[in-house]
Design a protein around this ligand. Structure first.
Ligand SMILES: [Zn+2]
Length: 362
């Protein structure tokens, strides 16, 4: 490629091709015939050729119809073969070279056009950037949902066991609640669980002293729901406790925490997951089991879980608005409880109480 910038070459070509018409003298052989006719080959435009044989009609070709050009070897005549089988032969090697360079110029013209109309390139670049953002914004949740849907139950159970171990080691202590109280809450939980639809995932309620986590409850993907003693003590009525449990059951039903984990892993990991390679992901999740504690649900997941909780509470004959009451208690007590508080990991509490009460009244 010459050192001149493309745009200059383009302008140069336009000037030269406007000022001269390229002609090459030679012979035309018609397809399948041995008779040869004296003929002139001419370039009409960067993409149009015409062969004018003496005493015969002119033939028009595009460059695309020029199917073969023999190499330049000494003084041996050059042969140009066209798509219709006609062959043009000439001893004017230099003329053919000039004609071919004009053809090159045609393809350069395309590049030159891109170069000249660079605003179009900027638009193309902007569209490409937009697509990348759209992929991250929209494809990630879709892929996360797909991955969550295809994750086999044994893998989910493995995530639960690993995550619980890590959380226990890092944050929680054994519960101080007496067994009678645990059994009471366990019975109410079983009634809610019996009406839930978690597919193959079994639900399991366990109690812990929350330590720095304070009044809290969270659901692991495999159906393990952890409730802290502090939350049980904070509740004004048992229905408030069951409202929270119903909400956590809904998160398990919808595989919210699995979907949220997958969203945090990124697209490459999700594609591997959907492709059946779950080993690495499970390792990732287990390596940062505490991730599950700080993972905040999306507001949409929260309102979905609230809606479902209200319905479950109605179905077991409990007060569905109690969930709103305990949300307000937690908000009041835990405004500054830090990253792991229920207030932080279940966002949008303010608007939620109102929505819960409205649905409860329906
Ligand atoms: Zn929630």
């Amino acid at each position: 490629m010459p050192a001149l910038p493309l745009r200059n070459i383009w302008i140069l070509k336009v000037l030269t091709s406007a000022s001269e018409t390229l002609t090459v003298s030679g012979w035309l052989f018609e397809a399948g015939r041995s008779a040869k006719h004296a003929a002139i080959l001419e370039r009409l435009s960067p993409d149009a050729l015409v062969v004018s044989p003496q005493g015969l009609p002119a033939r028009h070709y595009t460059d695309g119809e020029l199917t073969a050009i023999s190499d330049r070897v000494g003084a041996i005549p050059r042969r140009l073969t066209f798509a219709d089988g006609a062959v043009f032969e000439t001893e004017d090697n230099a003329g053919i070279d000039r004609l071919l360079s004009e053809r090159l110029a045609a393809s350069e013209t395309f590049l030159a056009r891109l170069e000249v109309f660079h605003p179009r390139l900027i638009v193309i670049a902007l569209i490409a950037i937009g697509l990348i953002f759209a992929t991250i914004r929209y494809a990630l949740p879709v892929l996360a949902n797909m991955a969550a849907a295809v994750t086999p139950t044994p893998v989910i159970e493995l995530i639960d066991r690993g995550a619980l171990e890590t959380i226990d080691r890092a944050f929680l202590k054994p519960s101080n609640m007496d067994q009678i109280r645990k059994d009471e809450i366990g019975a109410g939980f079983a009634a809610l669980a019996a009406l839930s639809d978690t597919g193959q995932i079994g639900l399991d309620l366990i109690f812990r002293d929350g330590g720095i986590i304070g009044p809290n409850a969270f659901a692991l993907p495999g159906g393990t729901i952890i409730m802290t003693d502090q939350l049980v003590r904070l509740a004004g009525t048992d229905d408030e406790i069951f409202g929270v449990l119903a909400h956590e059951i809904a998160h398990v039903e919808e595989r919210h925490s699995l979907r949220q984990i997958y969203r945090s892993l990124g697209i490459a990991a999700l594609i591997a997951m959907i492709g059946g390679d779950s080993g690495e992901i499970v390792e990732d999740v287990l390596a940062q089991g505490s991730l599950l504690l700080t993972l905040s649900y999306s507001r949409r997941f929260e309102s979905q879980a609230d809606t479902r909780a209200v319905d479950l509470m109605k179905a077991v004959g409990r007060d569905p608005a109690a969930l709103a009451t305990i949300l307000e208690r937690i908000t009041e007590k835990c405004r500054n409880c830090g990253k792991t508080s229920w207030y932080t990991t279940h966002p949008g509490t303010e608007g939620r109480s109102e929505a819960i009460r409205q649905r409860a009244q329906k």
